[in-house]
Write a protein that binds this ligand. Structure first.
Ligand code: NI
Length: 182
């Protein structure tokens, strides 16, 4: 009993507990006419679980469901707007629908991986082009200028470090919001 009181400010693992939002009245408040007996009486503490940041709780939860690409593509229809579906270390996996011409750009600090899931993608380079079909992938090297093109809509998976913009450093109206999860 006294141990429970002594360590009441600690969580079950010994880590500091989340902010307490409500305490029962203290022993002195409940029994003001009795001698102080603090030190052995357990005083329950209500813990506000929501005090834990939502993002932290989310990260602590174990999710055993696979990411289903077909299901993810069913959630959006806009083109050239990559959506994050998973992360691995500092890398993000993004699904995207592309159709038509993009702009010339490069990524100064990182390679960029294109995995085509449906349709056919052409990536133009200043000195050539590569055609990537469903079931194929291609890695564009760091600093190499490229311009994706798809005659018909193509569905693909991009793999790149967190924070990489779709337009590289070019900016402009084709720049998509970053870190948008779906
Ligand atoms: Ni790129």
């Amino acid at each position: 009993m006294s141990l429970a009181l002594s360590f009441s400010h600690l969580g079950p693992t010994g880590a500091p507990a989340p902010t307490a939002i409500e305490r029962w009245p203290s022993y002195d408040q409940r029994h003001p006419w009795l001698p102080r007996r603090r030190g052995w009486l357990s005083e329950p503490v209500f813990i506000q679980k929501a005090a834990t940041p939502r993002s932290n709780r989310w990260r602590c939860e174990v999710n055993y469901r696979p990411v289903n690409f077909q299901q993810k593509f069913g959630l959006f229809s806009e083109q050239w707007m990559p959506k994050v579906v998973a992360e691995m270390n500092d890398y993000q996996f993004k699904v995207a629908r592309l159709q038509g011409d993009f702009i010339w750009h490069d990524h100064k600090d990182t390679d960029e991986t294109f995995i085509v899931l449906e349709g056919s993608l052409r990536i133009d380079f200043r000195d050539g082009a590569v055609h990537v079909s469903a079931g194929e992938m291609f890695v564009v090297r760091k600093g190499v200028e490229h311009k994706p093109y798809a005659e018909h809509e193509v569905k693909l998976l991009l793999i790149e470090p967190r924070g990489v913009l779709n337009t590289g450093q070019e900016g402009g109206e084709r720049e998509a919001a970053n870190d948008v999860w779906i």
